[in-house]
Design a protein around this ligand. Structure first.
Ligand SMILES: Cc1cc2nc3c(=O)[nH]c(=O)nc-3n(C[C@H](O)[C@H](O)[C@H](O)COP(=O)(O)O)c2cc1C
Ligand code: SF4
Length: 645
């Protein structure tokens, strides 16, 4: 048994946590449209509980139908929700964990297109950040009804077997809308930010006196006119939070989402100091935010900044995170890329950039057995996942990569300032490959004819997409490079005074941001109205703000490059207007220049006796590592199951 601070039990009112790790409430589109959890949801809760976590929350669950903010959000608004909630509670309990329900009303963040109702809020302030509707100002009768609805949802949760209730007063939902002067502009008694929260606390406590009751709060909103820590502490004090069993500290609001799900460039455990400021209120304090490893968790606990750690994405990336932290072994690392956060808006089950099963279970594999040897060509995310899955399924596996390093897209991204956490997945993958006894051969390029001569019968092509610079005047000049090819060693060269990045997609934007932050003048040219158009809002929140405010950055959007000359770039905008820009440095190209040739055809022709498949980007199944690794893992399971012969 580990002696680390994280291993110590903790009492929260009527319940005892077996250790200090709490699985954060996380919406993941794991429900049906009627708000009932799917089987996958039940499995995910069970896996986190089996992984040693002390208390497992479901997600922000709506207490009244007009508070539903997402199509597949967990319902707690009707008694018909109880059987579904009970399945989640049972899954947690069977593995020795406590089960927590987080209660929410979306307020102005809810939408008529989702809930069927005009949203309500303390004041009619539109949430433009989510393209929100003009909310109706709540009257006193409706406020009284909401207080009752919170209490009823708590009672339902208790009937379903929940041990803990957390009131969601963080991140800009209804309870926090009452707390903040940005969204509560009322002149009546509910203009007192403590009043509504105080009434909800009292009603819920009365409804479920036997449960542990706490609150989740944003320590600060992260906006110039938003709540600061001292404001929040004062309001909570006046709302009666000292009587609660815990305070779970997060930060931010939708307009400052980098504090809710901090990207990897923000420090690990970044809200710990803020959390410590809430100790003065009395109840045990928890804290969330980039607690991705045991060291960070233990440091926060041993410094006394918090009593428990609330872990979100690290448990999404590896449900056994807690057990591994307690054992001192390495969890599969979350790289804080926020792919999961941005996937929420798609309505699809939320996957993960590093774990293929987050979006759904993989096909079952018959008992591991000795299986035919496998050659995987290409050691990017899909190739590594294919090799690991094959080796674990009993294939003797060889992984061959033409570059001198593992990692492909992850390896390239790890070179950029925006992605300082990506090296963690590269390190982890290298260890896993060694443990799984995969033979790795770097600096080895295999042509189709070479592949024909290899001993393995099964060939998995994970060679990504071939890209080429588009055909236009000047494109063949020495200053023009494919952006990804350049990234392999371009950053090792001396920084030039200026660069042109043509193609403001995710990769182009990240490279432009990196070069501009390093001190170069950068012209970023893209066909869309916004940089990183292929990325969700949360993943680009910091780079976009930097690019917009850096005077050395020239953004040329809604435009295409028509010709490249020495010292000049010819550009045409959407209206057909032509401009000539001065720029003499390298031109890095990241436009949709993917080569559509399927690599399988050539290898099959050269090696007719072999079974050849492509995975990830090479099979047109990528673009995102989450999709590429899932495709790779699924394909290898189908091999093991005999459905690809
Ligand atoms: C996909 C996703 C869904 C989330 N859903 C919720 C939620 O339902 N309720 C909530 O309070 N926080 C939610 N959060 C925030 C997390 O609970 C957590 O506070 C945040 O991710 C920071 O912790 P981490 O760095 O450990 O991920 C969500 C975060 C993500 C990434
Ligand atoms: S998608 Fe990215 S941020 Fe989300 S859990 Fe996975 S690695 Fe972490």
């Amino acid at each position: 048994m580990s002696e680390s601070p994280v291993a110590a039990p903790l009492r929260l009112g009527p319940v005892e946590l077996r250790n200090r790790v709490v699985a954060a409430p996380m919406e993941r589109n794991y429900c049906r449209p009627d708000g009932a959890p799917t089987d996958h949801y039940v499995r995910r809760i069970a896996a986190v509980a089996e992984g040693g976590t002390a208390l497992v929350y479901a997600e922000a669950s709506f207490v009244r139908a007009d508070g539903k903010a997402r199509p597949r959000q967990l319902a707690a608004d009707e008694d018909s929700a109880i059987p579904g909630l009970r399945r989640l509670a049972d899954a947690a309990h069977e593995a020795g964990a406590l089960f927590g329900m987080q209660l929410v009303h979306g307020g102005r963040l809810a939408k008529a297109t989702i809930s069927g109702y005009t949203p309500v809020a303390p004041s009619p302030v539109i949430a433009t950040v989510v393209d929100g509707d003009l909310p109706l100002e709540l009257d006193h009768d409706d406020i009284a009804d909401l207080v009752v609805r919170f209490a009823e949802a708590a009672r339902r949760s208790a009937d379903a077997g929940a041990d803990v209730i957390s009131l969601h007063a963080a991140h800009g939902y209804l309870l926090s809308q009452f707390l903040s002067p940005r969204t509560n502009r009322r002149a009546d008694s509910y203009g007192d930010p403590a009043r509504f929260l105080g009434e909800v606390i009292a009603a819920v406590r009365e409804a479920v006196p036997e449960l542990a009751l706490g609150i989740r709060v944003s320590a600060y909103e992260g906006l110039p006119d938003g709540l600061r820590i001292e404001d929040t502490v004062d309001i909570l004090d006046r709302a009666g939070v000292s009587e609660l069993d815990f305070i779970d500290v997060s930060a931010g609001c939708y307009e400052a989402g980098q504090w809710i799900t901090p990207p990897g460039e923000l420090p690990r455990g970044l809200h710990a100091e803020a959390a410590a400021r809430f100790r003065v209120l009395g109840p045990p304090v928890g804290v969330a935010g980039r607690i991705v490893d045991g060291e960070t968790a233990n440091k926060i606990l041993s410094r006394g900044q918090a009593d428990f750690v609330t872990v979100g994405r690290a448990l999404h990336a590896d449900p056994a995170w807690t057990r591994k932290v307690l054992d001192g072994t390495r969890p599969r690392p979350c790289i804080s890329c926020n792919y999961c956060t941005d996937r929420l808006r798609t309505g699809e089950p939320v996957g993960c950039a590093v774990w293929p099963e987050a979006a759904g279970s993989l096909p079952a594999v018959p008992t591991p057995a000795k299986r035919p040897d496998v050659l995987v060509v290409g050691a990017g995310p899909a190739g590594i996942e294919a090799a690991l899955t094959a080796a674990r399924n009993g294939h003797r596996t060889r992984l061959v990569e033409r570059r001198p390093v593992l990692g492909g897209a992850f390896g390239l991204a790890a070179r950029l300032a925006e992605y300082p956490e990506y090296h963690r997945i590269l390190d982890w993958q290298a260890t896993q490959l060694a443990e799984a006894k995969v033979t790795v051969e770097l600096d080895t390029e295999l042509s189709p004819a070479d592949i024909a001569g290899q001993p393995e019968d099964i060939v998995v092509l994970a060679t990504g997409t071939a890209r080429s610079v588009p055909d236009l005047p000047g494109a063949l000049s020495a200053r023009v490079h494919d952006l990804l090819a350049w990234l392999a060693d371009g950053l090792d060269r001396e920084l030039e005074d200026d660069y042109v990045v043509w193609g403001a997609d995710r990769d182009g934007t990240a490279v432009a941001d990196h070069l501009a932050a390093a001190g170069a003048a950068v012209t970023l040219i893209g066909t869309e109205p916004e940089p990183a158009h292929d990325v969700g809002a949360r993943a680009k929140i910091l780079p976009l703000a930097r690019l917009a405010t850096n005077p050395r950055v020239r953004l040329v959007l809604n435009a295409v490059v028509t010709a490249i000359e020495p010292g000049l770039i010819h550009v045409r905008d959407a209206a057909g207007e032509r401009t000539v820009l001065r720029a003499s440095g390298p031109v890095l190209v990241s436009v949709n220049a993917a080569d559509a040739v399927n690599p399988v055809t050539g290898v099959r022709a050269a090696a007719p006796g072999k079974t050849v498949v492509a995975v990830g980007d090479a099979a047109g199944q990528g673009g995102w590592s989450a999709l590429a690794i899932r495709h790779a893992a699924e394909t290898m399971h189908r091999f093991a199951g005999g459905t690809i012969a």
